[in-house]
Design a protein. Structure first.
Ligand SMILES: [Zn+2]
Length: 64
């Protein structure tokens, strides 16, 4: 996954993450253009829906 800096459009690296819910994660990002930008920012990554179903159904949960 690639994240670009919203300030200078340079590539940024993901330095950390925080799970907000089962479908939403905050990604902590750092711009690699340290000479003229160096911004750090947070992006949200959200699961929306499947475009294809999994090949195998999930295993049923056992109560043993
Ligand atoms: Zn930047």
């Amino acid at each position: 996954m690639r994240v670009n800096c919203p300030n200078c459009s340079t590539k940024a690296i993901i330095t950390g993450s925080k799970e907000l819910s089962a479908n939403v994660i905050d990604l902590y990002c750092q711009c690699i253009n340290t000479q003229s930008c160096g911004a750090s920012f947070v992006c949200a990554l959200e699961y929306k829906h499947n475009t294809r179903l999994p090949n195998h159904a999930p295993k049923p949960v056992t109560t043993e």
